[in-house]
Design a protein around this ligand. Structure first.
Ligand code: GRF
Length: 225
């Protein structure tokens, strides 16, 4: 199939989101294809998923932020990449690089942005005592974990959750949200207007959730009946 959006995925570690993106792009009907995986760590386990799928992999590990940006930029252009997906990429990107690829870099972050930017977002959510957490896919701007929001997924926080349990619950929805966001972009349905995302043909889910609920799964009844 021709005309598929040419995508690069940048990783630093485990690569479970990369794996979800690879699985979704394996569908011949998917309008995106992953043509490049770049890691800043040679030992990133995610490189194995890319290699197994026959996707060209590169490691750009040495050098400072500027030299990483220069080498990555050259490679991405040589590969004809049209969109960059950051998936657990733990290196800060040079502002010039982000501006050169403006509106063509997206990221997934394990919080409901703009809450809990930065590292260990799940731990920040638990510390804040919020009742819902989740993840966000957004366009990347030079400031960390900022930029127009494409999609979000919400999960409840359960009594007694620890960081690992919450991270796992969020990760399961990350693996659904990131492929969905990529598909919407590849279908040409996403545009940025005044730094907010408009999605053609989008519907909001028809539900409202309360947390806490009572033991029967219903929201607490009013004490006054
Ligand atoms: C994910 O939680 C993602 O939201 C964050 O880093 C983690 C990467 O996990 N940006 P993986 O490498 O995709 O498994």
């Amino acid at each position: 199939m021709t005309g598929r959006l040419r995508v690069a995925v940048l990783i630093s570690g485990r690569g479970s989101n990369l794996q979800a993106l690879i699985a979704s792009c394996a569908d011949p009907a998917c309008p995106a294809e992953i043509v490049s995986v770049i890691s800043n760590r040679s030992e990133a386990p995610g490189l194995g998923f890319a290699a197994a799928a026959g996707i060209p992999c590169a490691v750009i590990a040495d050098g400072d932020r500027r030299s990483f940006a220069a080498r990555a930029d050259a490679l991405l252009r040589e590969q004809g990449v049209e969109l960059i997906c950051l998936a657990g990429f733990m290196r800060l990107l040079e502002t010039d690089f982000v501006e050169a690829w403006r509106d063509r870099i997206i990221n997934i972050h394990p919080s409901l942005l703009p809450s809990f930017r930065g590292l260990r977002a799940q731990r920040q959510a638990l510390a804040a005592g919020v009742r819902f957490a989740g993840c966000t896919v957004h366009f990347v701007r030079p400031e960390v974990d900022c930029g127009p929001i494409i999609g979000q997924a919400v999960v409840p926080i359960h009594p007694g959750d620890d960081e690992a349990q919450l991270s796992e619950r969020i990760l399961r929805v990350e693996h659904r949200l990131y492929p969905l966001a990529l598909r919407l972009i590849a279908e040409g349905r996403v545009r940025i207007v005044d730094e907010r995302v408009e999605i053609h043909g989008w519907r909001a889910p028809q539900l409202t959730l309360l947390n806490p609920q009572d033991s029967a799964g219903e929201p607490f009844a009013s004490p006054r009946g």
